[in-house]
Design a protein around this ligand. Structure first.
Ligand SMILES: NC(=O)N[C@@H](CC(=O)O)C(=O)O
Ligand SMILES: [Zn+2]
Ligand SMILES: [Zn+2]
Length: 427
């Protein structure tokens, strides 16, 4: 099967290409990239007016399968991923049972194979059942194919247990992905601790809840030598700590989520749990610091922290609803609208923070449009404006703060290993 992608603006950080090129895909590989290619192909895609970038890589997705399939399944999550332009996603381990052993890793891999939509890379839990008490069998999960370890959903509060986990991770240079939250200091908070929390009569979560653990985890990574990736950074001081650590050459990388650079707690007009996530929407000061962090490389990647929940679970408002929002199908629109369209990042920088950098951190041979590489490609129209309608999401999770909002930037095609897995014209 050959696909010829013509007339698109190819943006590829690996070759530093940014311009009009045609791309010929032969079977699963990129076979040629040239200003003009005229040859026979099984399918020709006219990408005029569109960007052609390495398929997006999401380092942080909650697929809810096994066990929580009323929220999302591996198949529905994978459909949402390709609809959002993602060709590779990492699956967080807070499922039921928790992904803390080889059997669950195998289950996720086989479900991913059956879905046959995008690459799904499982992440293993750090402690058994995420209880924070006893280390999971990290080696066993590594042999089964995990890409990293994380206790996402909560922190490993016991520093000794975390240190031991990092020492095991170091043996194979495995990535440790850190959800940074001092579980005791949260003290029942449900949104950012500021004047908006007072207005809504809701209990606040301070920046320190996050910052204390960011600092501790960086210190533990420095102590052990393990590679640390800070998840969903949301605070100004968090960015500053990470920047400081990087300036000192520490092995730390970081991600931020689209909602943390596009929304602040000012956007929470009423007690609507579609605005409830962890970490919470912070102040405008924090939002600007996140954008600055992305621009200066303190933050390496955008990840969605796609956290689908059932509509009924979100209905009760901030005090009773679970934390988390869906993100796979709005990430591109939010990134184009709030960063690219405003000129805050260039197209090449966008491809870096949505794909190329994640591939480097995960040590996978992706995130590139170089000849000979696997054809994982997203084609999107940066000028297409539309109103977000969560009822149309492929994800089972309709819990988004962007419903009814106007966004710019729409995925047209998602190609995974040379196969078209999403085509907007066939919706
Ligand atoms: N982000 C969230 O608000 N929720 C996540 C857990 C997490 O990423 O911390 C979830 O699994 O629902
Ligand atoms: Zn988390
Ligand atoms: Zn998460």
């Amino acid at each position: 099967m050959n696909i010829l992608v013509k007339n698109g603006r190819v943006v590829d950080p690996d070759t530093k290409r940014d311009g009009k090129f045609d791309i010929l895909i032969k079977d699963d590989l990129i076979s040629e990239v040239s200003p003009t290619i005229d040859c026979k192909a099984d399918q020709i895609i006219d990408a005029d007016g569109c960007f052609v970038m390495p398929g997006f890589i999401d380092m942080h997705v909650h697929l809810r399968d096994p066990g929580l399939t009323h929220k999302e399944t591996i198949e529905s999550g994978a459909k949402a991923a390709v609809r959002g332009g993602f060709t590779t996603i990492c699956a967080m381990p807070n499922t039921k049972p928790v992904c803390d052993n080889a059997e669950v890793v195998e289950y996720i891999k086989s479900k991913a194979d059956n879905a046959d939509l995008c690459n799904i890379l499982p992440i293993g839990a750090i402690t058994k059942n995420q209880s924070g008490e006893e280390l999971a069998d990290i080696k066993e999960m590594e042999n089964a194919g995990i890409i990293g370890i994380s206790e996402d959903g909560k922190s490993v509060m016991n520093s000794l247990i975390y240190k031991n986990a990092m020492e095991i991770a170091l043996e194979s240079d495995m990535l440790v992905l850190a959800h940074c939250e001092d579980i005791n200091l949260v003290d029942g908070g449900v949104m950012n601790d500021d004047s908006n929390a007072k207005r809504l009569h809701l209990k606040g979560i301070s920046n320190e809840v996050e910052d204390i653990i960011i600092a501790r985890d960086i210190l533990l990574s420095n102590m052990t030598g393990a590679r640390l990736h800070i998840c969903h950074v949301s605070t100004k001081s968090g960015v500053e700590i990470i920047r400081f650590a990087k300036q000192h050459g520490l092995k730390v990388t970081a991600e931020c989520c689209p909602h943390h650079f596009s929304l602040s707690s000012n956007d929470i007009k009423e007690d609507d749990a579609n605005f409830k996530m962890n970490p919470p929407l912070r102040t405008l000061d924090d939002v600007n610091a996140i954008i600055e962090g992305l621009r200066d490389g303190s933050i390496d990647v955008i990840s969605t922290d796609h956290a689908p929940h059932h509509t009924d679970e979100k209905a009760g408002g901030f005090n009773s609803a679970p934390f988390g929002i869906t993100g796979l199908e709005t990430a591109l629109g939010v990134t184009v609208t709030y960063l690219l369209d405003k000129g805050l990042i260039t197209p090449l920088e966008m491809a870096q923070i949505t794909s190329y950098n994640a591939a480097k951190i995960l040590k996978i041979d992706k995130g590139s449009l170089k000849e000979g590489k696997v054809a994982d490609i997203v084609i999107f129209d940066p000028d297409k404006t539309y109103t977000v309608d969560s009822s149309k999401f492929a994800s089972m999770g309709k819990n988004t703060p962007y419903d009814g909002k106007i966004l710019k930037g729409e995925v047209k095609y998602t190609i995974v290993s040379g196969n078209i897995k999403y085509n907007s014209y066939e919706e």
